[in-house]
Design a protein around this ligand. Structure first.
Ligand code: ACM
Length: 707
């Protein structure tokens, strides 16, 4: 059993510090704890250091897998430090005469094929593991050790230590939604590179949804030919006319089979399994637009939509539709060799099934008593098809409701309850609960945060996520692991996708890999400086919000952006403007169920006027009848106005800013200042727009008070 040994005696620490002559690149971590993320299970610092330089050969036995791993390590070191190490093959790969060796060793310790041992002594470095996967992680750890050091006279001083490491969970995942917004194949390859350096080993790839079908299926070319393209929401895209078609320019993209093969091979070489998700029976609008016979309605949706909503468009349950799905899965299984295929199952609203005479007749034929049970039939049928082809089904936790095949695994997203139920019923499970493991939530409160959901999920929140909550401690064998999900409704660009992922995925990696006894937020935080050095050396865009200086509260500030909060927290989103089409766009924090903003108590003694920067965003959220509960104040002038009230949100406004100057502007407008009656002392300000319709929705970027 591997034991976490994290605390050092003062003498060991002093010996170690004395031995490491060269400065670390980042802030110094605690003495003795190497700047590694995730922290290995067992680290034993030893005196001295190994001088890594270009003449340090990497020695390996003749084995193509080991050669690939040694080359990978050498490539990383070339990227991070410009050091070019030679990889040499020899019969006795153990580098007793100095240098670095990578060796498969049946006697290496560890309970998992991902386990490895890393020994750094003043004379040699030995990485050993029973299997290539473990050896790969030994290489990653060795590179992380090196990455925290700066070159000095062509030498990197690696502190001597013995590491024996093994993962806590076997499913250490990220999910990337490439359906709502499309990322280039090159970005996916980089994303896999970054995952591997954190020992994350599963990429859930969300390839189909209402707003886009991204995977080329040879037998059904319209899935991507039609289903991968849409007109983005908002006024600006409607006026962006494609000169070729004289229609609004379409947004989209898809992955060819060749691109997918390259991505899958790239992942495999980094010990990452890609779990493709083909969502069914819901989240199917794009497929139904491409092939209307798959849907339920007589008048099926005619265009791939751009509204963020849970659509009621489900696949029907005709035999021909199952044949279609099986054909699709045949191609999916050819492209993706991993054990699991994700078949979605989430948010399948049954209104269309309920209202359709044909579906009801099919239910009678099938002897299925309810629409819920029909989803169970659907899931089981697809699960059996996958099982017959040697694969396992995994689905979102909704699949528990309709009766699910025992072999299916369950991914818990509506909190952790689905995981608990699944495990107690004997299913394997992966925890990926909203909100903590939903990376589309903002990671800090500052206005610099890119668009996303409005709730703040900090790095520390992710770090403190308990992967075995409540009764799951008794069901550990059923918990495959954890996964953080990056949904991309509001994450339009690749730069933002990276930013939303890092460093929170590093926190997830440590939760998923390191032993529970070794999780320590303070230590993790101290290791972040070196982590961020690594990100910079690799060109990873990341958030350093964790190091944002604390805000000074209570002083008079003239320009308010971060302080501007929403009046309530019904459905708070950090929404991006739909304009300009090129270049940066403003981002607005707004409660779409209650568009009202509060500036908490500020000293108004010197404030004589107020202005605001305002914009408009498409109201592209389908919230059903909840829309009737949204309160709008009627405008006093045709263009409407922004009304400012003191200390409360009703009664007569203290200032009114007409919106006419912003009426024709798709982007952000700074309104002319309006006089604010003289006040003394601190007051809160409540800001609401008057408007007749919700779409587009007025929003506030910032507010400014002047003397
Ligand atoms: C989900 O967030 N609908 C799985």
């Amino acid at each position: 059993m591997i034991r976490a040994r994290r605390t050092l005696s003062a003498a060991t620490a002093a010996a170690l510090l004395g031995a490491v002559a060269l400065p670390a690149a980042g802030a110094q971590a605690r003495p003795g704890l190497p700047d590694l993320i995730p922290m290995p299970a067992d680290v034993l610092p030893e005196p001295g250091s190994f001088a890594l330089r270009e003449s340090s050969a990497v020695r390996i036995a003749k084995d193509p897998e080991v050669a690939r791993i040694a080359d990978y390590f050498a490539g990383l070191l070339r990227t991070s430090h410009g050091l070019r190490l030679e990889v040499v093959t020899r019969r006795d790969a153990r580098a007793r005469d100095g240098g670095i060796s990578f060796a498969l060793d049946p006697g290496a310790p560890g309970s998992s094929p991902e386990s490895y041992r890393l020994e750094v002594s003043p004379v040699q470095v030995v990485v050993s593991a029973r299997e290539p996967r473990g050896l790969f992680y030994g290489a990653v750890t060795l590179w992380q050790l090196a990455s925290a050091q700066r070159l000095h006279d062509g030498t990197l001083a690696l502190p001597a230590m013995r590491i024996e490491d093994t993962p806590r969970f076997r499913w250490r995942g990220l999910m990337l939604d490439s359906a709502r917004h499309f990322q280039s194949p090159e970005f996916i390859l980089r994303y896999l590179d970054w995952m591997a350096l954190h020992k994350l080993n599963v990429l859930g790839w969300h390839l189909t949804d209402d707003q886009g079908w991204r995977l080329e299926i040879k037998r059904y070319p319209r899935l991507t030919g039609v289903g991968a393209w849409r007109v983005p929401a908002g006024d600006a895209p409607l006026h962006d006319i494609d000169p070729g078609t004289h229609r609004p320019r379409l947004y989209g993209g898809s992955y060819t089979r060749q691109e997918v093969r390259r991505i899958v091979a790239h992942a495999a070489a980094r010990n990452i399994t890609i779990v493709p998700e083909i969502d069914m029976p819901g989240h199917a609008t794009a497929a139904i637009v491409a092939y209307p016979e798959l849907g339920v309605l007589d008048e099926p949706p005619a265009a791939v939509p751009s509204v963020w909503v849970v659509y009621p468009n489900l696949f029907n349950v005709e035999e021909s539709t199952f044949v279609f799905i099986e054909h699709v899965l045949d191609e999916v299984m050819t492209l993706f060799p991993g054990e699991y295929i994700h078949t979605g199952g989430d948010e399948a609203v049954k209104d269309q099934w309920h209202a359709s005479a044909r579906i009801q007749a099919r239910m009678r034929e099938l002897g299925v008593a309810s629409e819920e049970a029909l989803q169970g039939y659907f899931t089981a049928r697809i699960g059996a098809y996958l099982a017959a082809h040697g694969r396992r089904q995994i689905g979102w936790d909704e699949i528990l409701a309709g009766g699910v095949p025992p072999a299916a695994a369950v991914m818990s997203w509506r909190g952790v309850e689905g995981a608990i139920t699944a495990a107690q019923r004997g299913h394997d499970t992966v925890l990926s609960p909203a909100p903590t493991l939903y990376l589309d939530n903002r990671q800090g409160p500052t206005p610099a945060e890119p668009p996303g959901r409005g709730r703040v999920v900090t790095l520390e929140d992710v770090y403190r996520f308990d992967p075995l909550p409540g009764p799951l401690v008794h069901e550990q064998s059923r918990v495959l692991g954890v996964q953080a999900n990056l949904w991309t409704e509001h994450v339009r660009t690749e730069a933002d996708a990276a930013y939303m992922t890092w460093p929170r995925a590093a926190a997830l990696a440590e939760v998923a890999w390191s032993p529970a006894s070794g999780l320590d937020w303070d230590s993790f935080e101290q290791r972040l400086a070196a982590e961020f050095d690594r990100y910079r050396s690799l060109g990873i865009r990341y958030s350093d919000d964790v190091f944002a200086p604390p805000r000074v509260v209570g002083t008079y500030e003239r320009h308010f952006s971060q302080d501007l909060g929403t009046c309530s927290a019904k459905l708070v989103l950090n929404l991006e403007d739909d304009a300009p089409l090129e270049g940066p766009r403003a981002v607005f924090l707004v409660d779409v169920m209650d568009p009202c903003w509060i500036l908490p108590a500020v000293d108004l003694t010197q404030a004589a006027a107020i202005t605001a920067a305002v914009g408009r965003v498409p109201f592209n959220f389908q919230i059903g009848r909840d829309i009737e509960a949204i309160h709008l104040d009627p405008p006093r002038t045709p263009a409407g106005e922004l009304e400012v009230r003191l200390d409360r949100c009703d009664g007569a406004p203290a200032a009114v800013l007409p919106l006419a100057p912003a009426a024709g502007n798709d982007a952000v407008t700074v309104l002319p200042p309006a006089a604010l009656p003289r006040q003394s002392g601190a007051h809160s300000l409540c800001l609401r727009f008057t408007q007749r319709a919700l779409d587009p929705l007025w929003t506030i970027d910032w507010v400014q008070l002047s003397q």
